[in-house]
Design a binder for this molecule. Structure first.
Ligand code: NA7
Length: 538
């Protein structure tokens, strides 16, 4: 339908990544008219943008794919236990074709503004091009790690060689042979880049500000026999994923670190270090992420591994984190990352010892040296969780800006709505469980909940749904309570909202639901079962 000359839909979805695609699929099933706007020229979100060398899953591939369609599960073959980005992007394109999603998606269309029109109970969305469209409901599927940030270093735009942020990696192949390459940043992304390009480049210089506790991924191809087993086991596996805190196949060990003998402890940790995936982080003793003594002991175990693997003792010491314990920041999973530093053409610069002073036309100047490069790779991360919201001008009732509503930290109900922003749902928004989750599993939960709400509203002629300020305040308090006692809250990282490359992102905040996905799901289900308690529907 059209209002004047403005096309009007039942729902507008922002983003055609994993969340946006599934939300589209579900709303179309309801018979609603849906328009998706996507900045990129294709589907896939995270997997569309992050084309840097080495980008791959840290979730077991088969736990990550969509669970909603049995036939899709049976027809898709993941090639590795932790598949690489090109395969994931192929998968998401396959899903888009298989379910004929593309005809509802407008690519190359960045949403710049969205305002709620109280009189019509509609959202008006404005694209960067100036074009406007309207809808009853607005669903943001804009991702928690989609607002990339360059470092605030003088001269960052002066470099005359090739330079890329990992998130904005070119679609054409990049040649590394013989090149002098700098990588700035050693988070999960930097680690994947460094270990992958180290054998390919002429010379690699890693600029590390904070080392992280990295543990082995142990990736390998999926054999035919395993493929058959995986496919036969999907229902049981998804049942298991519903019971674990982060929807991974790894579940916390019920034992405490000090309840076992030293030999048992050491043997258990050796076993975890030798096993694939996030088990070492998520299936460790129950107190490793909450008891500082347990945490210190396990951190010491990983430090010993680093010392064994890195030949030069001084380099090894630099690679061992000093200011945060294991697992209090996102654990990068690695494949011969530490061994990369044993290569003669790879060097490590600790930017706390010798800070970067400026990027020059030809390279990087630190407090004690001048380095020349052919290429600079910025693995410098994101304005996480709220950044993508800040980059769109959302205006709710009375013209209130979401940025202002959230200026002292996000305020949400269930991490899915905000008071004063009716008919808007924030899939993977702040305060929901999804950013501590094997994300497609939590996305499916968020989307299914949003879909049920829209079905409920549509069937009853309800045209306005909004979280109450009281429910929002209560949820925001609940979020703080759940995080109490977690060691990670005392550490700077994207998960606590710190990004010193962004004005104002220097205060730690609780941005995630810490009660675990099963408890989060139960809360959401209870709200719906009570006829959407904490919300006004009219
Ligand atoms: P992260 O984990 O935020 O890592 C960014 C890295 O860049 C980190 O090592 C930062 O050091 C470093 N950084 C950022 N700014 C600077 C400046 N100005 N100077 C030097 N170093 C800097 O982002 P990733 O992309 O690795 O990972 C994001 C998530 O994506 C990841 O957790 C996965 O879930 C997928 P710092 O630690 O701040 O000292």
């Amino acid at each position: 339908t059209r209002t004047g000359s403005v096309p009007t839909h039942d729902a507008i979805i922002i983003g055609a990544g994993i969340a946006g695609m599934y939300q589209l699929y579900r709303l179309r099933e309801l018979g609603l008219s849906v328009q998706v706007f996507e900045t990129g020229s294709g589907v896939g979100g995270t997997w569309y943008w992050n084309r840097y060398p080495g980008a791959r899953f840290d979730s077991e591939s088969y736990t990550y794919g969509y669970a909603f369609d049995e036939q899709l599960l049976q027809e898709w073959n993941w090639s590795e236990h932790f598949s690489a980005q090109p395969e994931t992007l192929r998968y998401l394109n396959h899903v888009a074709d298989r379910f004929d999603l593309r005809r509802h998606i407008r690519f190359n269309s960045r949403v710049a503004e969205a305002s709620f029109d109280e009189a019509k109970r509609e959202w008006e969305v404005a694209l960067e091009s100036g074009e406007r469209q309207r809808s009853r409901f607005l669903i943001t599927c804009i991702g928690p790690l989609s607002a990339d940030t360059l470092p605030r270093i003088p001269g960052v735009h002066d470099f005359e060689g090739q330079s890329f942020h990992t998130y904005r990696w070119p679609h054409e192949p990049v040649d590394f042979a013989g090149k002098r390459v700098a990588v700035i940043g050693t988070g999960a992304t930097g680690v994947q880049v460094i270990q992958t390009i180290a054998p390919l480049v002429g010379q690699l210089t890693v600029f590390q500000r904070t080392p992280n506790w990295c543990t082995p991924l142990h990736n390998r191809p999926i054999t035919e026999e395993e493929q058959a087993r995986i496919k036969a086991n999907y229902p049981a596996m998804f049942e298991l994923l519903r019971t674990t805190p982060g929807c991974y196949i790894h579940n916390t060990d019920p034992r405490g670190t000090f309840e076992v003998t030293e030999e048992e402890r050491e043997a258990f940790w050796e076993k975890l270090y030798g096993e694939p995936g996030f088990g070492i982080w998520m299936a460790n003793f129950r107190d490793v992420l909450t008891d500082p003594r347990a945490n210190a002991l396990f951190s010491d175990f990983v430090a010993r591994k680093i010392r064994q693997r890195v030949k030069d003792p001084a380099t090894a010491e630099k690679l061992i984190p000093r200011c945060h314990g294991f697992g209090t920041r996102r654990v990068p999973q690695e494949t011969r990352y530490y061994e990369a530093f044993n290569l003669p053409h790879v060097r490590l610069v600790d930017t706390r010892e010798t800070p970067i002073e400026r990027i020059t036309g030809t390279g990087i100047r630190t407090s004690d040296a001048e380095y020349d490069f052919d290429m600079i790779i910025y693995a410098t991360g994101f304005d996480a969780i709220t950044g993508a919201f800040d980059r769109i001008e959302f205006r709710g009732t009375g013209g209130e800006r979401l940025k202002d509503h959230w200026k002292d930290g996000p305020k949400t109900y269930l991490g899915l709505m905000s008071a004063g922003f009716p008919n808007m749902l924030t899939i993977v928004g702040p305060h929901n469980a999804s950013t501590r989750c094997n994300i497609p599993r939590c996305i499916e939960q968020n989307v299914d909940w949003a879909t049920d709400l829209l079905r409920h509203a549509t069937e009853r002629g309800i045209t306005r749904v909004e979280a109450t300020p009281e429910a929002e305040a209560e949820w925001s308090r609940h979020i703080e309570e759940l995080a109490a006692g977690m060691l990670y809250t005392q550490i700077d990282s994207w998960a606590t909202g710190i990004n010193r490359n962004v004005e104002g992102k220097d205060v730690r905040r609780i941005l995630q639901y810490q009660g675990g996905a099963p408890q989060y799901r139960a809360r959401c289900e209870a709200v719906a079962a009570q006829g959407y308690a904490g919300m006004t529907l009219s």
